[in-house]
Design a protein around this ligand. Structure first.
Ligand code: FE2
Length: 567
């Protein structure tokens, strides 16, 4: 069965994405932001991502049996007294206009409840027959967290948390209060590592029963103006934060930056001064999620834990879950945010049809790939000079060992917010000065933003304190004490790091690069950060890479078998 899973609707929503699942195998999975070059692709339908998915598979919409959407959008409208203006045909036309996707017949369209889609995105690709599944985000249709169990292929939701107590909206509100902007949870998590926790700050969170509750916010708070409750819930949290933070909100605006020729965020105060608030918010978030895991484990005997939903991007939190003594195995869906429901909707429908779902292998390279000849033609027409070394991995390893910062564009693009060795910037992880150069001069962002390493699966035992392979950069783990000095650029304030372990089976070329670096430096690891500028989507096509290479001031770029050096 051929299932196309979607997220994103023209004019509203965020994180538009498309996933194509054929006979239980993920053939393509990509986010619209990479094509439209705007982070999170706010207000976009995933039309470019669908076109790329169909192209990759050599299919047209006529070949698709069913389209799944990762929200029950009619229910969202109905539950808030808003009319749902479409019949099935009209909804499909709104999502996939015939002008862009000609067809002789319409595939079936199904709306999959949002948290069920998140849960399916983790459970079905995990390879685990049974698991406790925790979904935590801003909100689904009528809940902000779902405690579920996956067993024999089926997912049952056991308990939910009301939208107004949303941990996702809480964290978003704190980020906005601090002046980091909306959807900047990653920045808030990075800042939290520098602060001191004030245990009493968020005592509105109560832990005297199963899970958690929030004293100061009405659990029945709902919107009658919008189809979701985000504005009301974030406002309620902002009012609460204002009462307890002990410092005023940090207003954020935009200011024109002539150096980058863009508007960039500007705040009245340095967000770093809010580090204790960040640390306290991170602490109570961790406590609340631990309480949800306790609640979930009381409901199901499985000690295999799956996590999905945007809060699943919180790598510090995931590190704590990994190290919980009662967790036998942790699987965090690496596309934990809302792009993941495109995949989850497709997997849910494919499974319901009877298809056996193939587990993730450790690679997320589900996007567009480009032929070497096309890359060469692009370089030639741009008039840039390049070399074609015998072994691109060895040549880049020479540059990394000489402390150069190198763009690395290889194979199909990854899905999700982490570059995993296909659209990466790589460097020697040994020097703290390299982190500062990347943060301040290349990415033009806060100096306190942590960076992370990729390492060979064979070498990871010497570098990090984790028996588990961690292929997706979604979990932090302590560095071994002996590795802290050798990995200074990727050692966080608390001596943890957010690693990617790479096997030759999953990614032979990237693994060879790490090995060659190890031959030269003694450490089979690189600093790996996404190939993009600040607040831009990761590069997707060779033209994006070429533009970004010159603009960011990288020392060199490997693009397919070709090597460009900055003069
Ligand atoms: Fe979500």
């Amino acid at each position: 069965m051929r299932v196309l899973g979607l997220n994103g609707w023209a004019g509203r929503g965020h994180d538009a994405a498309a996933a194509l699942v054929v006979d239980g195998r993920v053939i393509s999975f990509a986010e619209e932001e990479r094509f439209v070059r705007a982070k999170h692709a706010y207000g976009r339908a995933p039309v470019h991502a669908v076109a790329a998915a169909l192209h990759r598979a050599g299919l047209t919409l006529d070949d698709i049996d069913v389209v799944g959407f990762g929200w029950d959008t009619p229910a969202l409208h109905r539950d808030r007294g808003q009319p749902w203006p479409y019949d099935e045909k009209g909804a499909l036309e709104a999502l996939l206009p015939r002008a862009l996707f000609p067809r002789t017949r319409d595939p079936r369209l199904e709306f999959v409840p949002h948290h069920l889609a998140h849960a399916a995105s983790a459970y079905h690709v995990s390879g685990d027959p049974e698991a406790a599944v925790l979904v935590i985000d801003g909100q689904g249709e009528n809940e902000s967290a779902s405690l579920a169990v996956g067993r024999a292929g089926a997912i049952s939701v056991l308990e939910t948390v009301p939208v107004s107590w949303s941990l996702g909206y809480f964290y978003d509100a704190v980020g906005r209060y601090i002046g980091l902007g909306r959807d900047q949870a990653g920045k808030l998590m990075g800042l939290a590592a520098y602060g001191t926790v004030r245990e009493d700050m968020f005592d509105a969170f109560r832990f005297d029963g199963p899970g958690y509750r929030v004293d100061s916010i009405d659990p029945g708070l709902r919107s009658d103006r919008s189809i979701d409750d985000s504005a009301e819930s974030v406002d309620a949290w902002l009012q609460h934060v204002e009462k307890v933070a002990g410092m005023p909100a940090n207003p954020a605006s935009s200011r024109y930056d002539p150096a980058s020729a863009r508007y960039v965020p500007h705040t009245r105060h340095d967000p770093f001064t809010y580090k204790d608030l960040a640390a306290s918010a991170q602490h109570v978030l961790e406590r609340a999620v631990h309480a949800l895991v306790d609640q979930l484990f009381a409901l199901t005997p499985s000690r295999v834990l799956h996590v999905a939903g945007g809060v699943g991007f919180n790598a510090s939190l995931n590190g704590l879950l990994l190290r919980r003594p009662d967790v036998e195995r942790l699987f965090v869906q690496p596309v934990a945010g809302d792009a993941g429901v495109a995949l989850g909707a497709a997997l849910h429908l494919a499974h319901r049809h009877g298809d056996a779902i193939a587990p993730f292998s450790g690679s997320l390279a589900f996007g567009s790939a480009f032929e070497d000849q096309d890359i060469r033609d692009g370089l030639d027409s741009a008039g840039v000079s390049y070399e074609e070394p015998a072994d691109i991995a060895a040549s880049v390893a020479d540059l990394v060992a000489a402390d150069r910062i190198v763009g690395w564009f290889q194979g199909a693009g990854e899905v999700g917010p982490r570059a995993l060795g296909h659209r990466s910037i790589v460097a020697n992880p040994a020097l703290a000065a390299t982190r500062d150069r990347i943060n301040l001069r290349i990415k033009r962002r806060e100096g306190w933003r942590p960076l992370a390493p990729s390492m060979t699966v064979e070498g990871h035992g010497e570098l990090i304190d984790s028996a588990a392979e961690l292929p997706y950069m979604v979990v932090t783990t302590p560095l071994r004490p002996s590795a802290v000095d050798r990995m200074a650029a990727v050692s966080h304030q608390d001596r943890t790091t957010r690693p990617q372990t790479v096997s030759a089976g999953d990614d032979p070329l990237y693994h060879r690069l790490l090995d060659r670096v190890g031959d030269r430096t003694g450490v089979p690891a690189v600093l790996n950060t996404s190939f993009n500028g600040n607040d831009e989507p990761i590069v997707w096509a060779p033209a994006d890479a070429l533009r970004t290479f010159f603009r960011l001031g990288l020392d060199a770029m490997a693009i397919g078998p070709f090597l460009l050096r900055k003069k």
